[in-house]
Design a protein around this ligand. Structure first.
Ligand SMILES: NC(=O)c1ccc[n+]([C@@H]2O[C@H](COP(=O)([O-])OP(=O)(O)OC[C@H]3O[C@@H](n4cnc5c(N)ncnc54)[C@H](O)[C@@H]3O)[C@@H](O)[C@H]2O)c1
Length: 254
């Protein structure tokens, strides 16, 4: 897979799975736009890519906010003249709770971070993709949106199920313009410190029970998710439209 000259925007790529996706694209020659809310964290990944000889532009922006999203994509177009591939990766949960205990604020925050962000960023590239008559959108959903959420709670499961549904709609809308839209549903990945703490908050017995339910008997890695993303972004996936690719060690076979 070769992405030389392709401009790839990866939301939430200042750490975790998004960072790994950014590094993989850069290794394959892409121009990588790194995003996150924290300027210093974005700069770190931008520098890492530049120091390895890659081309990268870091843009700190909150992708739940329409104006910040519009500014982000305007900056990319001003600098490179196009976007070829959009990876809607920003997201995450806020811990599991019952519906009874969940507050309206928690619901809104998780829905906005995981679902509204996908809508806003996708909307921002549609005109360009149609004009270019090519483009790829890959949305990072979760196994939580395919079945139930093990760690994230009902609001996270609802948001990620929404991402999978939105992906199918957008795929139908854009397929006639040479654009494909697909999603990926990762199983549990210890993507960084946050997930490590969340995982370690479970007893060994609880952890073993989760692992027992995964046929591969282990959690996934950032690299395993990134490689699936690169496949869906490549020409090798040209006949895949509106799909949700499960990358979960066999936990759910849907
Ligand atoms: N780690 C897992 O087990 C797992 C499993 C399934 C799905 N996912 C999904 O994969 C994606 C990445 O997860 P991760 O574990 O690497 O998370 P993470 O918390 O390590 O990283 C999330 C990234 O998103 C960014 N981000 C969050 N909200 C943002 C906002 N409003 N605007 C801009 N950037 C924002 C953060 O700055 C960070 O760079 C998420 O969508 C998550 O829901 C993760």
């Amino acid at each position: 897979m070769e992405f030389r000259g392709k401009v790839v925007v990866i939301t939430g790529s200042s750490k975790g799975i998004g960072r790994e996706i950014a590094l993989e694209f850069s290794n394959k020659g892409a121009v990588v736009v790194v995003n996150g809310r924290n300027r210093a964290e974005v700069q770190k990944v931008e520098d890492e890519i530049s120091n390895n000889g890659g081309i990268s532009l870091g843009i700190a922006a909150d992708v739940t906010k329409k104006t910040e999203v519009e500014n982000l994509f305007r900056s990319v177009i001003d600098k490179y003249g196009k976007v070829d591939i959009l990876i809607n990766n920003a997201g995450g949960d806020s811990g599991s709770k019952t519906v009874e205990d969940l507050t309206e604020e928690e619901w809104d925050s998780v829905i906005n971070r995981n679902l509204k962000s996908v809508f806003l960023c996708s909307k921002a590239v549609i005109k360009n993709f149609k004009r270019q008559k090519q483009g790829r959108i890959i949305n990072i959903a979760s196994q939580a949106g395919r079945a139930i959420s093990i760690l994230g709670g009902p609001h996270y499961a609802a948001a990620k199920a929404g991402v999978i549904g939105f992906t199918k709609h957008l795929a139908r809308e854009l397929v006639h313009y040479g654009v494909t839209v697909n999603s990926i549903a990762p199983g549990i990945v210890i993507s960084g410190e946050k997930l490590k703490d969340e995982w370690n908050s479970h007893t060994e017995e609880e952890q073993n029970k989760i692992l027992e339910d995964i046929p591969l008997k282990r959690l996934g890695t950032n690299a395993e998710i990134a490689k699936a993303v690169l496949f869906l972004a490549s020409e090798d996936s040209s006949y895949i439209v509106g799909a949700c690719l499960d990358v979960n060690g066999g936990r759910w076979m849907l």
